[in-house]
Design a protein around this ligand. Sequence first.
Ligand code: MN
Length: 152
Amino acid sequence: MTDAPKTFRRAERTGRWAEVDVLAYKAEGAAPFKDITRQVLFGDPNLACELRYFEIAPGGHSTLERHEHLHAVMIFRGRGQCMVGDRVMDVGPHDLISIPSLTWHQFRASTEEPLGFLCMVNRERDRPQLPNDAELGELRANVAIAAFLDSA
Ligand code: MN
């Protein structure tokens, strides 16, 4: 239990907490992404889930991916769009987004504001899959998704 977090960690400002490191989203080059950080708010090994906080700078985006594990997301700050399956939605503070198993998804911040969101996820999880060219072509056949993928 040596790595159990402190009982109380103070919010230092919006999206920053005492004793919570701001980490790289993923290893550079592991997958496409832009201007996004990761913080593990709750990652106790005795919990079956983790709660992370991701923040995407204006104009940035998460990786377009899918995986067997689920995401339960609450938007925390800012504005942006998310793609889940065949839907593209404008999102803002306190919206809830459920990402089902093996469903393509991506988050994009607006060009004016960052997009910060909380994401609950299984502690044990499979590796994300990236779309191949054929799958990307199928996604782009949807004009709303094509516009989303081409947005700044
Ligand atoms: Mn994901």
